[in-house]
Design a protein around this ligand. Structure first.
Ligand SMILES: *Cc1c(COP(=O)(O)O)cnc(C)c1O
Length: 611
């Protein structure tokens, strides 16, 4: 028998404890509760032992009635790698073809019919009936004696009240035993009619739940995740007719960026355009060399060529996967000896993690090399208390649709030098010279571009910026859940979070990886599949995963350019995998990803043993 701790010392917790005992699978050790004053008190035949973090057990179950609180505690347990139980009363009837998520409790007298799918952390209360092929979202509560009709769908976190019914056909349920009239019980929640008839009303998509016909929907690598604010700013632009590349959203966005980063900012059409202007600000002339990490996305290297510059590629370090400062030091020393120093360097902060900026900046200052920071992938990250992107001579961000926040597209350029930001804004709006006569008689003495962000898109970015911190927390939580989910699997290693020599900075969050993408390294010898084979196995299950960037020195476009080292980048590209990392990724979908990875591993391992 396994020991089980019931988290939550209320009435529902006690019911859960008694139900767990009825299964004869568990020995209940007692209750956990947040309130220190309750510790040591008796509850039924058990005691309240303490907080769950301090109370060991084989498995844990949340015995809390409130859906929101039950969800919060469940997520904390999962993040802390606790084994969460599924408890089915010995007097409940659950079909073999029904699926129950972990953390779910089915109480006495409940019936779960064939093909029903019950998400994680759900309560199927006493006497409730979940008819065939119904789908219950995670953290939902099906109340006592209520009925969920065949093919009905209950949204995550929703409550089906006691003794009311929800039938696909739109019939009312069995007699209501609470003494209230039927009218009092409808609508079931909020003000909307809850009887779902697919012919009359389109069904809302269920977060994470599988479709009733068994079609698994596509889990993508990184998708946009709006807050509730963006549409308001966009509507304002329409209402006030600021539908161009000037307007209040742009001004407000730049102000927000400046407050967040403490440096002047200009909003641009995308990160690539921002990098192009950064390369121009650094004064790259045709034939001049610019250092770039070889491990990056082409968009960070291409702008060097837009200005006729020549990239010199440098390998990555294993600690952060970004530019290796030791190789940089050797390279600059060699070049200084022959008086052929490059003019600038692009430091790229990949996947949400900063490069080792202190080391890179010190070297670049010593040899008078300008530093451009490509912080497109690391918005929200921190390096020793600072936002990467603001420490070099000029930095850029991207609001592309797959980045941590998005304006559907968009970018920004920042610099501590206000003259540079001013210059970038001037170039981005066709470089019209000021006209002393006040006529709009466009006079141009410099080459300009049309790179300014639209005021409509600036409204979207404005709304997104408000939730950046939350998005970082969510992306990091996705990564933590992968780490828990892969615990014990051989040959799959998470990307390290570098401390850059200051472990206490990691502990305090002064240095922070955003986990924009959750990246892992696969060792085929131990895992059984290569990264490429795993990507294919995931694709077959309708899950999008990608290799770590293909190094520039292996690209047809950049063959022939000098590359210092390159073996680390090639290895990271060959063995690295980026898994679905959206901040909106549901636990059900992520569970599917984890199970697909585990199943792929187990299939090869068993077939090897068998053969
Ligand atoms: C996304 C990205 C860019 C380009 O940003 P866009 O806004 O898509 O033009 C540049 N560099 C890196 C490393 C990126 O990931």
């Amino acid at each position: 028998m396994k020991s089980l701790l019931v988290v939550g010392a209320g009435r529902h917790g006690r019911v859960v404890a008694e139900t767990a005992v009825s299964t004869k699978l568990y020995e209940v050790t007692g209750f956990a509760d947040d309130e220190p004053a309750s510790h040591g008190q008796a509850l039924g035949r058990w005691k309240i032992l303490g907080h769950w973090r301090e109370t060991a057990a084989d498995e844990y179950i949340v015995g809390i009635g409130s859906n929101a609180t039950r969800r919060r505690v469940f997520e904390e347990l999962v993040r802390s790698c606790k084994q969460v139980a599924t408890v089915v009363s010995d007097r409940a009837s659950v079909s073999d073809s029904a699926q129950l998520g972990r953390g779910t409790v089915v109480l006495a007298g409940a019936v779960v019919q064939s093909g029903a799918t019950i998400g994680e952390n759900v309560i199927i209360n006493a006497g409730a009936v979940v008819d065939h092929d119904a789908v219950i979202g995670a953290h939902a509560h099906v109340g006592p004696h209520s009925t969920v009709g065949s093919y009905a769908r209950i949204l995550p976190g929703e409550t089906v009240p006691a003794a009311a019914s929800r039938l696909r056909e739109g019939h009312s349920g069995p007699p209501i035993s609470t003494g209230e009239s039927a009218a009092d019980n409808l609508p079931l929640t909020g003000g909307s009619a809850d009887v779902r008839d697919p012919e009359r009303r389109p069904l809302p998509p269920i977060e994470g739940a599988e479709m009733a016909d068994g079609e698994d929907h596509h889990v993508r690598l990184s998708v946009p995740h709006m807050s509730s604010l963006e549409l308001g700013f966009v509507a304002e632009a329409f209402e006030t007719n600021w539908l161009s590349t000037v307007g209040p959203n742009l001004q407000a966005l730049e102000k927000c960026l400046e407050e967040r980063f403490g440096v002047p900012a200009v909003a641009l059409i995308n990160g690539t355009a921002a990098l192009h202007l950064a390369v121009r600000l650094a004064g790259i002339r045709p034939g001049e060399e610019v250092i770039s990490p070889t491990l990056t996305f082409a968009a960070s290297c291409n702008p060097i060529c837009y200005e006729g510059g020549r990239p010199v590629l440098i390998d990555s370090e294993r600690g952060s996967w970004n530019l290796d400062p030791n190789l940089l030091a050797e390279f600059l020393q060699r070049r200084a000896a022959v008086k052929r120093l490059p003019r600038a360097l692009i430091a790229v902060h990949l996947f949400g993690q900063s490069a080792d900026l202190d080391a890179i900046l010190a070297l670049c200052r010593q040899y008078e090399v300008q530093v451009i920071e490509d912080a497109a992938e690391c918005l929200g990250a921190r390096y020793k208390g600072h936002p990467p992107g603001t420490l070099g001579d000029v930095g850029i961000y991207s609001f592309n649709g797959n980045k941590i926040i998005t304006g559907t597209s968009g970018g920004a350029l920042v610099s501590r030098n206000p003259a540079w930001v001013h210059r970038a804004r001037f170039w981005s709006t066709q470089a019209c010279d000021p006209d002393p006569l006040g006529l709009k008689n466009y006079v141009h003495s410099e080459l300009g571009y049309n790179y300014r962000l639209s005021n409509v898109l600036a409204g979207i970015v404005r709304g997104q910026l408000e939730v950046l911190e939350e998005r970082v927390r969510q992306r990091r939580a996705v990564f933590d859940r992968y780490c828990c989910g892969f615990a014990g699997l051989p040959g799959i290693e998470p990307q390290p979070e570098a401390d850059f020599g200051c472990p206490e900075d990691l502990a305090t969050g002064r240095t922070r990886h955003t986990r924009w993408l959750s990246c892992f390294l696969i060792e085929k010898q131990r895992f059984g599949l290569s990264s490429a084979e795993l990507i294919r196995a995931l694709a077959a299950a309708n899950i999008e995963a990608r290799p770590v960037w293909k190094p520039m020195h292996t690209q047809p476009l950049y063959r022939g350019f000098e590359c210092i080292g390159g073996e680390v980048a090639e290895d990271l590209n060959r063995r690295g995998i980026c898994l679905p990392s959206s901040s909106s990724l549901s636990e059900e979908d992520q569970h599917r990803v984890i199970e697909t990875v585990r199943a792929a591993h187990e299939r090869v391992v068993t077939s090897c043993r068998g053969g």
